[in-house]
Design a protein around this ligand. Structure first.
Ligand code: TRP
Length: 462
C-alpha cells in the first residue's frame, strides 16, 4: 500500500493532456503523415484517415487510458491486477518489448532531425537546386556512422534526461514547455507556407479529394497511420493514463489529445505542401519528402534560412515528446514490477536501448548489406514493431475490454470524472461500446493481415 501511495500523478489535467498529446504528436505527424498523404492521394486519403481516427483511434485511446487509470500500473502490472492471467500479462509484456524496439529505431530518425538543426544553422540549405542534390547530401550524412550514431546518442541522452526527472518534474514540465513552442513554430511555418506565391496549388491538393486514388491498400495505410500517430497498441497511453486522477474525464481528455494530434498533422501537411507546390516539386517523394524535397523549398523560399532552422527544431521537439513516452513505458515497468529506482532504471535501460538501436543506425551505412527477411535491420525492426506488434497489441486491448474485462466493469471506471457527460450524452457510451466491441477488433485485424501480406495471398486466391 505504501508503495502505491508513493506512485506519482500528473499535477493537472492539462499536464496529462499535453504530455499525452506530446506522445502522440511526433515524427508520425510531421514526417510520415505528409508523405503518406502525398503517396496515397491527398485529400481523399485525409478523409479516410479522419474516419479511422474517429472510429478506431479515439475509442481505443479511451480504452488504453482507462486500463491505465483503473489500475495505476504499467502495462504488465495493469493486466496482472485485472486478470491474474499469464496470457494477458504477456500482452502487456509485448508492449514493453515494443517500447524497447520502437524507441531504439525511432530515436535514430529523431537524431537526424537534431542533426538537421545544425545543418540549417550552418547554412547548408542554400546549395540545393534539386531534390537529388539535397538527397545526396542527406545520404552522405546518414552514410557516416559517426554522424548517425552521434546524433542518435545525443537524442537518447536528451530523452533520458527528461524521464530521469520523473513524471511531474520531467515529463509533465517538459511537455508544458515544449508543446506550446511546437504549436507556435508550426503556426509560423503554416503562415509562411500559405503566403508563398503559388501556395494555392498546395492548398487545393489538400482540399480536393481524388477518389480514384483510394484503394483497399490506402484504407489500411490510413488505419495503420491512425494507430501509430496516437501511440496506440503498446501501452504508452496506458502508462500515461496510469498517472491520471479519477477526478479527470477520460473521454474529454482523449478527445483533446486526438484533436491536437490531428490538427498538428494537418497543419504540418499544409506547411509542407504549400512549399512543395509553390516550387513545382513532387508531393509523392515518400520517406525522403522532408530530407530530399524540403531542403530545396528552403533554398528557394524567401527567409529560408530562418524557416529551415525553425522547421527542424519543430521536428526535434515533436520527436522528443514522443521518445520520452516510449522510454517511460519501459521505466514504469521496471519501477512498478521489479522495484527499480527510477533514476537507475533510466540509466540502465536508456543505455540498453541505445545499444539495441546501433544496428538500426548502422543499417544506413556499414550494415546496409545485411538483410533480415529481405529488409535491412532498420526496416526490419520498424516493420516488426509498427506493423505486427502494435496491431496485435491494439487488437487484444479492445478484445480485452469488450469481451474479457467487460463493459460491466469498464463503464463504472470510465464514468469517474465524466459523470456529467454520461448524464447529458449517454449516446457517447453507446458509440464507444460499439466501436470497441466490433469496429476496432475487426478493422485492426485487417490491418494486421495486410501487414503480414496475407491479404495479397487471399486476393490471389479469389
Ligand atoms: N505517436 C508518435 C508519432 O506519431 C510515435 C509514438 C510514440 C508511438 N509513442 C508511441 C507509436 C507508442 C506507437 C506506440 O510519431
Amino acid at each position: 500500500m505504501a508503495k502505491e501511495k508513493a506512485r506519482e500523478q500528473w499535477g493537472s489535467k492539462i499536464g496529462f493532456i499535453l504530455a499525452a498529446a506530446g506522445s502522440a504528436i511526433g515524427l508520425g505527424n510531421i514526417w510520415k503523415f505528409p508523405y503518406v498523404t502525398g503517396q496515397y492521394g491527398g485529400a481523399a486519403f485525409i478523409l479516410v484517415y479522419l474516419i479511422c481516427i474517429a472510429i478506431i483511434g479515439l475509442p481505443v485511446l479511451m480504452g488504453e487510458v482507462l486500463i491505465g487509470r483503473t489500475t495505476h500500473k504499467n502495462p504488465v502490472g495493469a493486466f496482472a491486477k485485472l486478470t491474474k492471467s499469464k496470457f494477458w500479462m504477456g500482452i502487456g509484456g509485448m508492449g514493453v518489448v515494443a517500447g524497447f524496439i520502437i524507441l531504439s529505431y525511432y530515436t535514430v530518425v529523431a537524431g537526424w532531425a537534431l542533426g538537421y538543426v545544425y545543418e540549417a544553422i550552418a547554412g547548408n540549405f542554400y546549395s540545393f537546386s534539386a531534390p537529388s542534390s539535397a538527397g545526396a547530401h542527406f545520404n552522405n550524412l546518414i552514410g557516416n556512422p559517426f554522424w548517425i550514431v552521434g546524433y542518435f546518442a545525443l537524442f537518447m541522452l536528451l530523452t533520458m534526461g527528461i524521464v530521469f526527472s520523473g513524471v511531474r518534474n520531467g515529463i509533465e514540465k517538459g511537455s508544458k514547455i515544449m508543446m506550446p513552442i511546437l504549436f507556435l513554430l508550426l503556426i509560423i511555418l503554416v503562415l509562411r507556407g500559405v503566403t508563398l506565391e503559388g501556395a494555392a496549388k498546395g492548398i487545393k491538393y489538400f482540399l480536393h479529394p481524388d477518389w480514384s486514388r483510394i484503394s483497399a491498400e490506402s484504407v489500411l495505410i490510413a488505419m495503420g497511420q491512425a494507430f501509430f500517430t496516437l501511440s496506440l497498441g503498446m501501452g504508452a497511453m496506458l502508462t500515461y493514463g496510469s498517472y491520471m486522477s479519477e477526478k479527470d474525464s477520460i473521454p474529454g481528455s482523449a478527445l483533446s489529445i486526438v484533436t491536437l494530434d490531428t490538427l498538428i498533422a494537418l497543419m504540418a501537411g499544409l506547411a509542407i505542401f504549400t512549399g512543395v507546390f509553390a516550387y513545382n516539386l513532387k508531393p509523392d517523394a515518400g520517406p525522403g519528402l522532408i530530407f530530399h524535397t524540403l531542403p530545396v523549398v528552403f533554398t528557394r523560399m524567401p527567409g529560408g534560412y530562418i524557416f529551415s532552422i525553425l522547421f527542424f527544431i519543430l521536428l526535434s521537439l515533436a520527436a522528443l515528446t514522443s521518445t520520452i513516452s516510449l522510454l517511460e513505458v519501459i521505466i514504469a515497468y521496471f519501477v512498478d514490477e521489479k522495484n527499480w529506482e527510477r533514476k537507475k532504471a533510466v540509466l540502465v535501460f536508456g543505455g540498453i536501448t541505445f545499444l539495441l538501436g546501433i544496428p538500426s543506425a548502422l543499417s544506413f551505412n556499414v550494415m546496409s548489406g545485411v538483410k533480415f527477411f529481405g529488409f535491412n535491420f532498420f526496416d526490419f525492426v520498424d516493420f516488426t514493431a509498427a506493423n505486427i506488434l502494435l496491431p496485435i497489441g491494439g487488437f487484444f486491448i479492445s478484445v480485452f475490454i469488450a469481451y474479457y474485462w467487460g463493459f460491466k466493469n469498464a463503464l463504472p471506471e470510465l464514468r469517474k470524472g465524466a459523470e456529467r457527460l454520461f448524464e447529458k450524452y449517454p449516446v457517447v457510451i453507446t458509440f464507444w461500446k460499439i466501436f470497441i466491441k466490433y469496429f476496432a477488433p475487426v478493422l485492426i485485424f485487417f490491418v494486421f493481415l495486410n501487414s503480414v501480406g496475407l491479404l495479397k495471398i487471399i486476393r490471389e486466391l479469389f
